[in-house]
Write a protein that binds this ligand. Structure first.
Ligand SMILES: [Fe+2]
Ligand SMILES: [Fe+2]
Length: 312
């Protein structure tokens, strides 16, 4: 079957069940999607772990660790399906350069407090839920669709954890409230950028044509904002976006895309709009925690491997 025939078959509702049915184009698009998915899940674990050190109590730290455990299982699901496609999990997790990982730039940032953890749960896990929920509903690859049942339920739990904590913390007022606002200030535009190129600049998408997803970047961004903007407004937290009743869409109140000062955790709105080429350059150079996070998930690999060899 050639690419065009497969695309037609998929458009008619066909679900693929094995790599044997794939064309090279389909396989490549699925590998790209799953690599981003697996890497995002994997790297969210050390990012959340860093923030969990600041948990207010033992039981709250345990709830953060439960989320981290879920994320590692989600990563394993994506890498496991990549193995079916002929890739090596060993290579993907342990042998790539940290800069070659494909998770979003947002997960290259330090999460330094419980406040930042819960906003990350509210915003980043909501983004994961939005993206994976769309894949779950629309994907033409059967094994992935079935695997995402579990992931979808758990991501929903993660984002509720974030939103519920945001509601609790905001009531404390004062310094905690200010800290929450500062977290929102850097994480809101970070998540907006995560959804990628606007539709008018993205001319075609293999993932849409092979129905590996159903919604465009702008549609996904709108969907995320339709949950996040009302949440923040109801909590009295300022976000740089609003609902436009004439256009019936959420509109950003800042130049997009724009520069980010990673050390200061601050978006440089006043320097105006920049090109997507500049954004891609920043993404490619990765953010401040990239190497630390990647190394921290594989630190024990060498010694552990030796121990197992000796035991055998
Ligand atoms: Fe996850
Ligand atoms: Fe999650």
């Amino acid at each position: 079957m050639n690419e065009q025939e497969l695309k037609q078959k998929i458009a008619d509702g066909y679900i693929l069940e094995s790599p044997a049915e794939m064309t090279p184009g389909y396989r490549k698009a699925l590998i790209t999607q799953l690599t981003v998915q697996g890497d995002t899940e994997l790297i969210s674990a050390p990012a959340y772990w860093m923030a969990a050190q600041d948990a207010p109590s033992t039981n709250t730290q345990v709830s953060a660790v439960a989320i981290i455990q879920d994320e590692l299982a989600h990563a394993n699901i994506a890498y496991r399906i990549l193995e079916d496609l002929g890739l090596s999990r060993e290579h993907l997790v342990y042998e790539r350069a940290p800069a070659d990982f494909k998770h979003p730039y947002g997960f290259d940032q330090p999460l330094e407090s419980w406040v930042e953890l819960v906003v990350a749960n509210g915003f980043f896990d909501r983004a994961g839920f939005t993206l994976l929920g769309d894949v779950f509903e629309n994907t033409s690859y059967g094994p992935l669709k079935r695997a995402l049942v579990k992931v979808d339920l758990e991501e929903n739990f993660h984002l509720r954890h974030g939103e519920n904590w945001m509601k609790r913390l905001v009531k404390l007022g004062g310094e905690v409230r200010e800290k929450l606002q500062r977290a929102v200030d850097w994480m809101f535009p970070m998540t907006i950028e995560w959804f990628g190129l606007p539709d008018d600049l993205k001319r075609h998408s293999d993932q849409l044509e092979y129905r590996l997803k159903g919604l465009t970047n702008d549609q996904l961004r709108q969907k995320w904002m339709s949950a996040t903007v009302p949440l923040c407004e109801s909590l009295g937290l300022k976000v740089p976006a609003h609902w436009d009743d004439t256009q019936k869409v959420y509109v950003l109140d800042y130049p997009f895309p724009c520069r980010y000062d990673a050390q200061a955790k601050h978006w440089l709105f006043n320097e105006g709009q920049i090109s997507w080429d500049e954004v891609f350059k920043r993404w490619k150079a990765r953010g401040p925690m990239n190497e630390f996070y990647v190394e921290s998930v594989r630190r024990s690999h060498g010694p552990m491997k030796k121990m197992l060899e000796v035991a055998a």
